[in-house]
Each structure stands twice: as C-alpha cells, then as structure tokens.
Design a protein around this ligand. Structure first.
Ligand code: GLN
Length: 500
C-alpha cells in the first residue's frame, strides 16, 4: 500500500485503527514530494520540519485517547492563505519575503482538527489567472501531461492533490480558481457559498467574490474538509451565522426525484466537443439514477465575464493599494523620495497581469467612468444573481461543464488575456451570485480529465455534495490517476490502477 495514494477518509480509518502513524504518513508524502515535485512544481514552500513535528504531536494526541476530525492528515495550502511563521508569497515578488505573524481562521480550525501542513502551493500572482503562469516564480505542470497547465489560480494545490503530493488542499476561488484547476487536474474542488467559510487571513483579491475551498481526491474528503473550515467567524463580518451541518451526513447515493437543471448557455460556442460529450454522458448517468433532468436558461450568462472583469479588478485595485513597500515585503531601494519609492516598489514588485487588473479597476472606479462601468456592472451582477434565484425555484441543482476545454498547453494562452479569461466563463457567475458550486471528474477527452460542475443555491452545499457523491459512486472517474512515469521525457499515460 502506498500511503501517499490514500484519500483522507481512508487514511483516517487506518490512523484510527493504529495501523499507520501520522509520522509515517507525513514522511510518505514528503518522500513523494521529493520524488515528483521537481517535475510538477506544485509547491512554493515546503515545511518538512514543522510537518513532522505536527505529525508527531498528532500521534501523541491519539495515544492519549484524543481524536480530531483530521488528526494526522497531511494537507497543502495555497500560498494566498496565511500560515503563521511560513512565507506567504501570493505568487508575487512583492510578498516574496513576507512571513505572516498569524494564522488564517481556516488554518486555525484545521490545526485544532489535527491537520498537518506540508507546505504552501503555487498560484497565479494574487490569484489572478487560470494557469499558474502568472506566478512570479514558476509554472506548475499538469500531472496528466507536464506540457500542459494545471489550471489556476489554485493550480499548485490541484496538481499537488492530483499527483499524490498531499491528501487534500485548500485553494481560493474568486471566479473559478478552485473549480477550474480541479477540473483540469481530474480532482474534486468546491467553492462554498460566499460567507460559508471565513476569509480572515486569506489575502484579499476581490473581497465580495473570494471564498476559500477544498481540493480533494473525492467528494467524501471535500465534505470532511468543508465541515472543519466552515462556520461563523467574528473576525470576518461577511461570514454567516448559520450552523454548520455534518456534510458527510449528506453523502447518500440516492438522488431519485431530485430536480436537476441544465442551463443551455453552458453549452454555447467555444466548448470543446469532447468536453460536451463527457458532460452530456454524465447528465445521462444522473438521469439513470432517477433524477429529473430538464433544460433551463440563465439568460445573463454572457455578461458574467465583462461584469466580473469590472468588479474583480475594481476591488483588486483597492485591495492591492496596501503594497507600497512600507509595511509588507519588497521595498525598492535607492528611491529619491517617498513617491519614487512607491512607484519603483510597485513597478518591480507586481507582474504584468496584476498591473493590468489595477489599471482596469482604477479606470472603472474613476470619476466620470464609475457610473458607466462599476455601477453598471453591479446592476448586471444583480441580474445574474436573479437568473440563479429563478432557476433554484425550479431546480435543486444545476449541472454543466466546469471549463470549456481540458488542460491547455503551457504558453498557449498567456499572450492573450481574453483567451485566458474565457477559461472561467462557466465559473464566474457563481461567484457573482455568491452561491456554491463543485467540480468533479466526469471522464476524459484526449486523455485529459473533464470536470462536471454541480451548483446549488446559497448554503446549498449539502445538496450539491449529495448529487456529486451519487454520481461519483456510480462512475469510476475518481479512481483514475495520472501515471507520472518518465515525467521529464514529457510522456504520460493513463494509469488504470484502482485507487482503493
Ligand atoms: N481566473 C479568474 C481571474 O483571473 C479567477 C481567479 C480566481 O478565482 N482567483 O480572475
């Protein structure tokens, strides 16, 4: 048995029965990282000493008769989430040497549950991107084909889980950054309802859209992680007071009679034919399981992208104003005065995409253009939300593709921002509406994984997880793993080895 191949729930069973120790498990993951991460490049920072120490403490806690929802489980964390004492770079030069003095609330909760932190994973700079190519440090490779991107911006987290370099991971999703990389790497990723998970300690990109979410090998693991990180937090005024259900209780494979809507706009031009085929087959599986499927419409879908690219950059331009070389990270040397210090710091500290967003956002908010752009976008945001509200009066969940294509080649879209933005065309709307959505593997196209997106109303995580679980139990996709053989030779093969 290869310990690094275990799911979280499988590992928990073995740990609870004392068949393995947390130290053994953590060591197996650290060895795995040494074996494959030179090629995958999922991690920016590795934390082997603290991870082993946390694992040792977890074993001790267990020996003393204590348990925890994730006691001894090694996880990876996207490098936009603060973990005290370890660098949090956000994939940016401007925070290259920034070490937060405090933990994000999600980290605190995972700690209490007994999790072990292996390291911080690569991301597009400040989570702006869909491929990790905007990372200031390096691009992460897709474990299914190293010449391709893992998606983004949580591409490091997705690749780490897909390549068995972590049992699970945290990502952040502002417009698709958990779901799209999950889809491209063949794993499960969940964007919770806005306010379900505290954003305290998540470095802000677009505060009205950002949510932290789990990336996992299967739906059960997603439910386990969500259960630990969800819930009200006095330090995030936008977090909901709603009680946190035991999400694993929602995992019943029965979906007979559930009403599932298929928005026709999600099969519009631009979708890769092999992706459409896989998703249509998945919908047939849901029908065979007894769900009632009907076509529906989200008429404002085409405005999601322009709306998002006004609101997200507007918020980013304000959020990123704090990086001026005075308090955080990089500060330009040899500036004649304070203005030159600000200018040089931001000029050298930020990459091209971040600067593009700051300019777009500043423009959209500027006097004279505010009404035409930012205010108009907010109105359209309401229309997009109302589309979903109407759909969820009729349907329990909606389904469609997560991403219009499978993983694309490294370099293919980086010179054309609009092409890159289009990668999130099916995921942006859920952030604008503040609702929840999950991506899970539903087949392959040209040997690359395809993701099925299941979305639900605000606080509808239970129903989304239930449908996802039913589909997962009826299909083999979550048991396929990338082979990772001869990585450096750029070869890849689909490994049909069954995970369990
Ligand atoms: N790809 C989208 C963007 O670049 C979404 C990113 C995200 O969800 N963090 O803004």
């Amino acid at each position: 048995m290869k310990l690094y191949e275990l799911t979280i729930h499988e590992a928990l069973n073995l740990l609870r029965r004392r068949e393995i120790s947390a130290v053994e498990l953590t060591q197996a993951l650290l060895d795995r990282i040494v074996d494959v991460d030179n090629d995958i490049k999922a991690y920016i920072t590795l934390l082997p000493e603290t991870a082993l120490e946390e694992a040792r403490l977890a074993d001790e806690r267990r020996r003393e008769g204590m348990d925890g929802a994730l006691l001894g489980i090694p996880l990876a964390v996207k490098d936009v989430i603060c973990l005290a004492g370890a660098p949090t770079t956000c994939g940016s030069r401007i925070l290259e040497n920034f070490i937060p003095p405090y933990d994000a609330t999600v980290i605190e909760r995972l700690h209490q549950a007994g999790a072990v932190f292996l390291g911080k994973t690569n991301t597009d700079e400040f989570a702006m991107g869909s491929s990790t190519e905007n990372s200031a440090f390096f691009t992460t490779h897709n474990p299914w084909d190293p010449s391709r991107v893992p998606g983004g911006s949580s591409g490091g987290s997705a690749a780490a889980v897909s390549a068995d370099e972590a049992l699970g991971a945290l990502g952040s999703d502002t417009g698709g950054s958990v779901r799209q990389p999950a889809s491209l790497c063949g794993i499960v990723g969940l964007k919770p309802t806005y306010g379900r998970v505290s954003r305290y300690g998540l470095v802000a990109f677009a505060s009205s859209l950002d949510q932290i979410g789990p990336l996992c090998k299967d739906v059960t693991d997603c439910a386990l992680l969500l259960h630990v990180i969800a819930g009200h937090d006095a330090r995030d005024s936008t977090s909901w007071h709603a009680p946190v259900p035991d999400y694993t209780q929602a995992l019943r494979s029965e979906i007979k009679g559930l009403r599932i809507g298929v928005p026709r706009e999600y099969f519009a031009a631009g979708i890769q034919p092999g992706v459409e085929t896989a998703v249509r087959k998945a919908i047939q599986v849901l029908a065979d399981l007894g769900a009632e499927i009907a076509e529906t419409s989200l008429p404002h879908t085409e405005y999601a992208l322009p709306t998002y690219y006004l609101i997200a950059p507007a918020e980013a331009s304000a959020n990123l104003a704090r990086y001026d070389g005075v308090k955080y990270g990089y500060a330009a040397a040899d500036a004649a005065d304070i203005w030159e210090a600000y200018r040089k710091t931001r000029q050298h500290g930020f990459g091209a995409e971040v600067k593009r967003r700051i300019m777009l956002g500043t423009y959209a908010l500027s006097a004279g253009y505010y009404d035409a752009y930012y205010l108009k976008a907010q109105k359209v945001r309401t229309l997009i939300k109302q589309d979903f509200d109407r759909a969820f009066q009729q349907f329990d969940v909606l389904v469609g593709p997560t991403s219009p294509t499978v993983a694309f080649k490294i370099g293919e879209k980086i010179a054309d921002p609009l092409q890159m933005y289009l990668s999130d065309i099916f995921t942006l709307g859920h952030n604008l509406a503040g609702i929840c959505a999950l991506s899970l593997p539903c087949g392959f196209c040209d040997g690359l994984p395809v993701g099925l997106q299941i979305s639900g109303p605000a606080m509808g995580e239970e129903i989304v997880l239930r449908v996802a679980y039913a589909y997962e139990q009826a299909t083999p996709w979550h048991t396929y793993k990338p082979a990772l053989r001869n990585l450096s030779q750029n070869e890849y093969q689909m490994d049909k080895e069954h995970r369990r």
